[in-house]
Design a protein around this ligand. Sequence first.
Ligand code: MTE
Length: 322
Amino acid sequence: MENRKPADIDASEITDKRVYLNRRLFMRGAALAATTAATGLLYRKLNPQPVETTKREELAGFAKPTSDGFRANEKLTPLADITNYNNFYEFSTDKGAVASESKGFVTKPWTVSVEGLVNKPRSFDLNKLLSFPLEERVYRLRCVEGWSMVIPWIGFPLAKLLEEVEPTEQAKYVAFQTLYDPKRMPNQRTGVLDWPYVEGLRLDEAMHPLTILATGLYGEVLPPQDGAPIRLVVPWKYGFKSIKSIVKIQLVAEEPPTTWNIQASNEYGFYSNVNPEVSHPRWSQATERRIGEFRMRETLMFNGYSEQVAHLYQGMDLEQYF
Ligand code: MTE
């Protein structure tokens, strides 16, 4: 599973927690001094509003996790791992090669069209999306393959975007689509998946406060390999539900097709909630390896977000609706 190539890791991408914290403090200082002077990649440059960031003691693991689930109180996965161990088949099926293959991916201009069963269909320019109130969310991400990370995202609740277009009474599901452009996403020239990558959520899952559209991580603009310029994050579901580089969002009446379900319907269901009790047909989902650790951890029901989301599935047979 480990196929990272150290030579591919750009030194500027290796940011340990201390540097990250210092940068956060610097950003706060900068905000206080009301100065716009900032170094190249700082998120603030692109984002006119200051982002509420995690406090030093929370990142150090001293504070209790918040009951809303917005900030896991766990050690963050280093930025170098988050940006060099990726699933993004549009660029490569080799997790260690996505970073180099996606380098220079052009995301300007970028629009996200929100349409279908809505009163006010609309195309949103990326700058408009960046003007939504951005927040920092520290989420666990559990990949269906059995590894996990803890990632400090920057983004906004998907609900905020959906409210703008006013879903109609008939809208029951939300369908998402990644960019299709084999010139910019070279691995789309292969037939490894049905392109474009598509995903879906039930409307109540999409409206849940934990569901965000992420535009950044570690206080910086989202790098291409992590789904620039905008990707979905649904922390209680397996990572493949978190579709990257989104260009279209459609409100629909029926359960929409999803890429991995099209690929192997007996292995990947529509719901794909993290569930240690329901095995993948080829492997157990009971344990996981946190990237950077050797010992296995027990996988938690709904990835540890039961308190926030279990009610969405009350009365449902989770073996049938996997
Ligand atoms: N989105 C697109 N468009 N293409 C992909 O191949 N891979 C998925 C998901 N979103 C994927 C995608 C899978 S399998 C996972 S585990 C996560 O992205 C990985 O996100 P990360 O690389 O940012 O950790």
